[in-house]
Design a protein around this ligand. Structure first.
Ligand SMILES: Nc1ncnc2c1ncn2[C@@H]1O[C@H](COP(=O)(O)OP(=O)(O)O)[C@@H](O)[C@H]1O
Ligand SMILES: [Mg+2]
Length: 474
């Protein structure tokens, strides 16, 4: 069954998701009528969560509401209030000329520390300001709702930070009579960055779950008809659905690969399906690299490492050592092969990213990650963004990286996000196991959430300190 209900500009139209789309829009209609709601959409990688969200965002119901839509990224996973910034960033409320925005009237102004890309630049909040920030964000949402019903859509929430999830929980618990719908999409097989906070949201009584399952054979046949300009035998579609587990990402890649191999969508093509097997995505990426000059792979690898960072397009050259003209050529080619996303300088999917990174080899990748961190640092990106890249560099961080990690921890602390600060400081402590300050700083970040571990760290700091006068402040 083909859902042509949307004109979202997706590369291929959505098949087989009519009932899920209807559930989502009925929740949005309820919110429009003043009954708040929460929908948690879950399913494995590539099952079509993001595609369904896009179709939903394109629905007539969403068009008549205020919609904020953001995606949590693997690279910024866990950054303090990163999820909140993904949602509210497009409103530009931290710009100089946004000071008088009606959205920031009253208590909503207290949301600013969470929204600022460079926290602490103007009014550094104290670590004890978590509640005012939550409250400020709540009022910001309420101010938005005075303009009309609101839909918040956050994709890939398994990568969402603790504070943002705590705020969503806070907002929903106060939203009984607000015209609000929150939609979260979560990958089932991923371990969430903040599992307890996510579990609390899902456990709310108003929470409603949509689990995306595999496509039916008839839907896979529909996809096959779009890719092969030939009649598709039901036996062929059934086999593709079985090998691809009904997963649209795998099935689409498999069909493209079969077509490239010259297979036909009939009984003769079934043999080729078995040959192509399960690792379709990785195989097609590796095969593409083999067919193309080395700089195409270098550009893809640089994009994979930058992971959709801000202004990523401008930094590909710095990382890949490829001329601007070639970068453009490579990106066009990679877009055509659905390796790079159609609408942004990032890879089309995380599965594709893994395949590209695998192809680079571990040593080369470690070097690239370190250079990417250096590059982001040189161009003055916020310490937290650089630190997130540093966390991906294997082995002990170099001295300058540890400085960045400490700086990022300070910024996260200023945001009132100690969990994020602790992630950075753990890496510092691993590299400097005898550092008294690393013990003390990590203890500070853990004091609220893991008091027993924090006390252990302080004891460790005391053991490392010989002089009585130095022991006193600890
Ligand atoms: N219902 C569908 N019909 C057709 N193609 C789909 C459908 N769902 C997903 N796709 C395709 O599969 C790929 C992966 O989908 P995506 O929405 O990114 O998955 P997820 O977000 O669950 O990881 C995309 O290229 C998308 O175009
Ligand atoms: Mg997705």
């Amino acid at each position: 069954m083909l859902d042509r209900a949307n004109d979202s500009g997706l590369p291929s139209p959505l098949v087989g998701r009519t009932s899920e789309l209807t559930v989502l829009t009925s929740h949005a209609e309820a919110a429009y009528a003043g009954r708040s709601g929460l929908v948690v959409l879950s399913g494995p990688t590539g099952i079509g969560k993001t595609s369904l969200l896009r179709a939903f965002l394109d629905s007539d119901t969403c068009r008549k509401m205020t919609v904020l839509h953001g995606t949590c990224g693997q690279l910024v996973a866990g950054s303090g209030y990163g999820g909140v910034r993904a949602l509210f960033g497009p409103l530009g409320l931290t710009a100089d000329d946004a000071h008088d925005s009606p959205l920031l009237q009253g208590n909503a102004r207290r949301a600013l520390p969470a929204l600022a890309p460079h926290p602490g630049d103007e009014e550094p909040p104290s670590p004890a300001t978590a509640y005012p920030v939550l409250h400020g964000l709540y009022w910001l949402a309420v101010n938005l709702m005075t303009q009309g019903p609101l839909v918040l859509v956050l994709d890939d929430v398994h990568w969402c930070d603790e504070r943002s999830l705590r705020w969503i929980d806070f907002l929903l618990r106060r939203a009984d009579h607000l015209p609000l719908l929150v939609v979260l999409a979560q990958r089932t097989e991923a371990e969430p960055v903040a599992p307890a906070a996510l579990a609390d949201i899902v456990a709310q009584p108003r929470s409603s779950a949509i689990r995306l399952g595999p496509l039916a054979d008839a839907d896979v046949a529909e996809l096959a008809r779009e890719i092969f300009p030939l009649p598709v035998a039901p036996s062929f579609a059934e086999r593709v659905a079985a090998v691809g587990g009904g997963n649209p990402l795998t099935v689409t890649r498999l069909l493209h690969e079969l077509r490239a191999k010259g297979a036909r969508p009939d009984d003769t093509g079934i043999h080729a399906i078995a040959e192509v097997g399960q690792c379709v995505v990785a195989q097609s990426v590796h095969a593409l690299f083999e067919r193309q000059p080395g700089w195409v792979r270098d550009v893809a690898t640089a994009i994979a490492v930058l992971g959709g960072a801000a202004d990523a397009a401008a930094h590909i050259g710095g990382l890949a050592a490829v001329t601007a003209a070639r970068i453009e050529e490579a990106v066009t080619l990679l877009r055509g092969a659905e390796v790079v996303a159609p609408d942004r300088p990032d890879l089309a999917h995380d599965v594709v990213r893994s395949a590209v990174l695998d192809a680079a080899g571990a040593d080369a990748l470690a070097g690239l990650r370190a250079r990417a961190a250096q590059l982001l640092s040189d161009i003055g990106r916020p310490a937290e963004e650089v630190a997130n890249q540093v966390l991906l560099v294997p082995g002990h961080p170099q001295p300058w990286m540890r400085w960045v990690l400490r700086e990022a921890a300070a910024q996260a602390t200023n945001r009132g996000a100690p969990e994020a600060a602790a992630r950075y400081l753990r890496r510092v402590l691993e590299a400097e196991p005898d550092s008294v300050s690393a013990h003390v700083q990590l203890a500070g970040a853990l004091a609220e959430t893991h008091p027993v571990e924090a006390i252990g760290l302080l004891k460790g700091a005391l053991d490392l300190t010989a002089e009585v006068r130095a022991k006193a402040p600890i």
